[in-house]
Design a protein around this ligand. Structure first.
Ligand code: ZN
Length: 304
């Protein structure tokens, strides 16, 4: 009888131990920033508030070892790709072609033939860090524009050239973009910026991940990802924690440095990722922090 009571008490303690994670250590491994912009306001012809030496030092201090770089216009990415400081900082620049030469292009790129021509020219030219590996980030504020003539051509081109697409769109547009590829989305590789900034449900996100094997969710600004905890720290919300654990190979982190204040808070953003990654089993944290991006873009998944 006494033994049974003790056993019951021990198993209750065990349940408490596994259901209430102790303050976990932050993830300390390498980070892959899969959503980074180096727009003209940041560098302004190299003399802006955040020249290459500044942003690369922020990455180095944050343990960021590789970035998906894209910029409005593409000169910012080319500048980073050619920067000797990138090598010194131990940061691999993975260049993507942004579709915007200026702010006006946000609203019309999906039907603007001159954007398609610009992409072809950039692909032919490449960067000092090698050929472009992807297209984006692009936005679609109306999902129906995923069927715009140039949007459809770019999706087909991306699949044909094995380019990764970085798209800030809603869940309906994911389906439309995928339908515009020759494989109907079965071979397309698409990073879903913010995994739906409008807050597509966890169930909807999971259904899309299951339907499209090359769909990856990037987690900056994702509503509902973290919840305020009693000690005033942000923790993973239960539903998102469960989704990350169920699909550990499908998520990425990113800084989304779309405006200069995001550069000023870069280290804090990365520290925030390290905190919630530390709540996950170490192999899952490493996959989301580094390995998934490395695998997607051909870098060493075992980077130290
Ligand atoms: Zn962005």
């Amino acid at each position: 009888m006494a033994t049974a009571l003790v056993n019951r008490a021990l198993s209750a303690l065990f349940l408490i131990a596994i259901s209430v994670p102790a303050q976990a250590a932050d993830y300390a491994g390498p980070l892959f920033d899969a959503h980074l912009h180096y727009n003209v306001e940041a560098w302004d012809g190299q003399s802006g508030p955040h020249p290459p030496a500044d942003v690369l030092a922020r990455m180095q201090r944050s343990g960021v070892r590789a970035i998906v770089s894209n910029s409005r216009p593409n000169d910012g990415t080319k500048l980073l790709a050619a920067s000797p400081q990138a090598r010194q900082a131990g940061v691999t620049v993975v260049p993507f072609i942004r579709l915007y030469r200026n702010r006006a292009d946000y609203d019309s790129w999906f039907k603007d033939e001159s954007i398609f021509d610009m992409v072809q020219a950039e692909l032919a030219r490449g960067t000092a860090a090698g050929p472009y590996r992807g297209i984006g980030e692009f936005h679609l504020y109306d999902s129906a524009n995923a069927n715009g003539s140039v949007a459809a051509k770019l999706m087909a081109l991306a699949e044909e050239k094995e380019l990764v697409v970085l798209a800030h769109v809603d869940d309906a547009a994911i389906e439309l973009l995928m339908a515009n590829t020759p494989s109907k989305g079965q071979k397309a590789r698409l990073i879903w910026a913010h995994t739906g900034i409008g807050g597509a449900s966890v169930e909807r996100v999971e259904a899309l991940l299951q339907r499209y094997p090359g769909l990856m969710g990037e987690l900056s600004y994702r509503p509902g990802l973290t919840c305020a905890a009693s000690d005033s720290h942000e923790r993973l919300c239960p539903a998102w924690r469960a989704l990350l654990l169920k699909h550990p190979t499908r998520f990425l982190i990113g800084s989304d440095t779309w405006i200069n204040p995001r550069w000023q808070s870069y280290e804090g953003t990365m520290q925030g990722y390290r905190a919630w990654l530390g709540e996950l089993p170490s192999e899952v944290a490493r996959a989301i922090g580094w390995g998934n991006g490395a695998r997607l873009l051909g870098l060493n998944p075992l980077e130290k």
